[in-house]
Ligand binder design. Structure first.
Ligand SMILES: *Cc1c(COP(=O)(O)O)cnc(C)c1O
Length: 418
């Protein structure tokens, strides 16, 4: 074989991968958009399918040798349609952002007006941020959460929809801790004659597991990532009604992508299979129970929860009542020292910039995959509060680091090489 021999192996990169596995397994992973995918999903991701070019769709490829790949992609499509009850699915988007851009490309025109949730109130970059292609190419108008309850305000959304007459309304969030009811979005979209896109990137696993309402019966198009609560490989997916199927497929390929990542498609099929098992329902319920338990424990420690709590997999924590001096940025850094990984996050109407912030976002998908339950959530809140209270005291932070490692050792994720 012309590949490097064992002695020439890239020990530098493989050494770093070992280090990253160690980091993931010995610390608490609380980033709301992350998860621990299964060894089977990783095996498919690392398979020979990475070698294959398969531009086109099952039965309609531009290259030969695609009989096996066709079967794999057809299985992925079939499973995800069943899982969410959709008419049509495209499993090729390389990521959530690619899925969203393909939807815009397929269903609206540059310059068209779109209504979505403001980024600093919990929306996503691809919902019209001025630095993202969505905001550069389309005329996005934003709604914001209510000033007092910090929840979606459908009166405001309706008013903005009537005023701006959008071609499309984008529902879906990236840091909003509450249930997203699809019906009011549908009613507003119908009233103003807009298409309705629902981006369930964060909550796809909760929807699949029955722990969150399914927007598929209400939306024209549903997009999601496969690597967040759904616990699959990194990637995106689009579900549509039959009416938009052809336009969406064309927008993904040849509209915005070339050859699909069939190793990722196979891994998505494996993840869909896993999400169809009865145990996944228990998993989805437990994610939500854990988030509620953690939110309660955090408020007992003196933090304020945006919107007062959570009914999903995540919460946004306002640090100001705990310590007015403490920023999200500093919290993220010091918690990393303690082996607790989360991200700084703006709270609604945050007085600080997005690089500094007055809040952090915390999610429970990863720790729930590990098997942690309510009692561990109380410990996690205690470890977070102790670290932040003692942030000027390295010995106290090191003490938490040791406790975190001991807790993680009780809930091993990848025991052998994965
Ligand atoms: C994560 C996310 C995306 C983007 O997914 P990537 O795979 O990171 O491109 C899109 N929309 C929402 C709501 C998200 O949370």
């Amino acid at each position: 074989m012309p590949w490097p021999s064992e002695t020439q192996r890239d020990t530098e990169v493989f050494g770093l991968i070992d280090k990253e596995r160690e980091r993931q397994c010995t610390g608490l992973q609380l980033i709301a958009s992350e998860n621990f995918t299964s060894p089977d999903v990783m095996e498919a991701t690392g398979s020979v399918l990475t070698n294959k070019y398969a531009e086109g769709y099952p039965g309609k490829r531009y290259y030969g040798g695609n009989a096996v790949v066709d079967d794999i992609e057809a299985i992925a499509i079939d499973r995800v349609k069943k899982l969410f009850g959709a008419d049509h699915a495209n499993v090729q988007p390389h990521s959530g952002a690619s899925a969203n851009m393909a939807v815009y490309l397929g269903l609206i025109k540059p310059g068209d007006t779109v209504l979505g949730l403001s980024l600093d109130h919990g929306g996503h970059l691809t919902h019209g941020s001025p630095v993202n292609a969505s905001g550069i190419l389309y005329n996005f108008q934003s709604f914001r959460v209510g000033a007092t309850d910090e929840r979606l305000d459908f009166d405001q959304i309706r008013e903005l929809a009537i005023k701006h007459k959008p071609k499309m309304i984008v529902a879906g969030t990236t840091s909003y801790p509450r249930r997203l009811e699809p019906q009011p979005f549908r009613a507003i979209a119908d009233e103003v004659g807009a298409l309705m896109m629902f981006d369930i990137a964060h909550i796809a696993g909760l929807v699949a597991g029955g722990a969150h309402p399914n927007p598929v019966p209400y939306a024209d198009v549903v997009t999601f990532t496969t690597h967040k609560t759904l616990r699959g490989p990194r990637g995106g997916c689009i579900l549509t009604t039959a009416a938009h199927a052809a336009a969406i497929d064309k927008a993904v390929f040849p509209g915005s992508q070339g050859g699909p990542l069939e190793h990722a498609v196979a891994a998505k099929a494996v993840a869909f299979h896993e999400a169809m098992q009865p145990s996944f329902k228990d998993y989805a319920q437990q994610i939500v129970k854990n988030a509620s338990a953690l939110a309660e424990a955090m408020s007992r420690q003196g933090f304020r929860l945006v919107s007062g709590g959570t009914d999903t997999h995540m919460m946004v924590v306002d640090l100001q009542p705990f310590d007015a001096e403490l920023t999200g940025k500093e919290s993220q850094l010091i918690l990393d020292e303690a082996g607790i990984t989360l991200n700084k996050n703006n709270i609604p109407n945050d007085p600080r910039s997005p690089f500094v912030t007055s809040g952090v976002r915390i999610g429970t998908p990863s720790v729930t995959t590990q098997g942690m339950k309510e009692p561990e959530m109380a410990l996690i809140a205690e470890y977070i509060a102790t670290t932040l209270r003692n942030r000027a005291n390295p010995a106290a932070v090191a003490e938490v680091r040791a406790k975190v490692a001991a807790l993680c050792a009780k809930f091993p994720v990848y025991t052998k090489r994965a």
